[in-house]
Ligand binder design. Structure first.
Ligand code: SF4
Length: 358
């Protein structure tokens, strides 16, 4: 690790003063309730602040406490998460709420080891909850913090390595001022979110730390943080079927493990099927039981997951009998457009086709 002499109490004092003047008004900053901090931190992972605001407010209306979340059905939780992606976050929140309710009387524990024992709570989230909600000097090192600190120190270490993140947390811990741990954590996030932006979007002319920044002095802001190249996501062709009968559309629950687990979907198959292939596929599945009245081609669509890209072809298939539902699994149902909107959680991978279910 490059030496971090640049990280001093004086530097963080400048940062804290800047934060006090410039912090955004955000719904989860209205108080330091541990439940509020926890939910907002999980939502903010991989998701933009502007998107999270509306989800957070709706979530708090629906599940205002840990107890309310613990008592909800999983389908209800997934529905509230619909469109945020990375659904394991929602499943883990639900599982963790049940543990907090049963083991800790509905209150998040102010203890790192206990927090780390909850599903979906890693080093970063534990640090955020402890420092923001409980005033405990535990750093929360996320992508924003890694970017800011690696630029300040011009540190060439590979930030994707766990030991590099742990060493950075160790360097920050003694610098967290007593009574200001919440502002410390949020000031670093805020600088990374508003000023020390990724790639070449840094706004050093507005940065309160510009005089201390080694990357700035060396004109190498864009060289940090150092990370290995990401492998390109694997492309997969899929064909999505909107099976319509009497104004309702067939949706089914996905398996309980793997990609988009337990969410609902329109039936789909691997590969790019032609209209003829679709008819053959349905007839192989059920013979005369689901003879299509009409098959219409829908626009192609793409959805990018972290490691996978779905290149989708779609068809609207009008059926004369609803008997087909049971052929697509025990959870398959014909749902009205309203039920699809309000009850069944369809991930955004199917958004391009959801609008044809009307
Ligand atoms: S001076 Fe520029 S590169 Fe350095 S911390 Fe500030 S915004 Fe980031």
């Amino acid at each position: 690790m490059k030496e971090r002499a640049v990280l001093t109490p004086e530097l963080f004092r400048k940062l804290l003063d800047w934060y006090e003047e410039n912090k955004r008004v955000l719904p989860w900053r209205e108080d330091a309730d541990p439940y509020h901090v926890w939910i907002s931190e999980i939502m903010l992972q991989q998701t933009r602040v502007e998107t999270v605001k509306a989800y957070y407010l709706r979530w708090m209306e629906r599940f205002p406490t840990v107890s309310a979340l613990a008592a909800a059905e999983e389908d209800e939780v997934l529905k509230a998460w619909e469109g945020l992606g990375y659904y394991s976050r929602a499943r883990n929140l639900h599982k963790a709420a049940k543990i907090i309710e049963n083991a800790y009387g509905g209150k998040l524990p102010a203890d790192k080891a206990l927090l780390r024992g909850l599903p979906g709570v890693g080093e970063y989230t534990a640090g955020a909850i402890l420092s923001i909600a409980f005033g405990i000097g535990e750093p929360a090192v996320d992508g924003n913090v890694l970017r800011v600190i690696s630029r300040l120190t011009a540190d060439p270490s590979d930030v994707s390595k766990g030991e590099v993140r742990a060493a950075l947390a160790d360097a920050l811990r003694p610098l967290m001022p007593k009574g200001e741990t919440s502002a410390f954590t949020q000031a670093l996030f805020e600088l990374g979110a508003l000023i020390c932006l990724p790639k070449d979007a840094f706004r050093c002319e507005l940065c309160p730390l510009v005089e201390d920044c080694r990357a700035y002095k060396e004109g190498r802001q864009g060289d940090f943080p150092v990370k290995p190249e990401k492998a390109a996501p694997r492309a997969e062709a899929r064909t999505v079927l909107l099976l319509e009968c009497e104004g309702k559309y067939l949706v089914r629950k996905r398996p309980s493990k793997g990609l988009l687990a337990n969410l609902y979907e329109f039936p789909n198959a691997e590969g790019k099927l032609s209209e003829g292939d679709v008819c053959a596929f349905l007839s192989d599945l059920a013979g005369e039981e689901i003879s299509p009245r009409k098959v219409e081609s829908l626009p192609e669509a793409t959805h990018v997951f972290t490691h996978l890209v779905w290149n989708m072809t779609g068809y609207l298939v009008r059926l004369s009998s609803p008997k087909a539902a049971s052929l697509f699994g025990a959870d398959a149902v014909f749902a009205s457009p309203r039920e699809i909107k309000e009850t069944y959680s369809l991930p955004s991978a199917f958004s391009a086709y959801k609008k044809f279910a009307r």
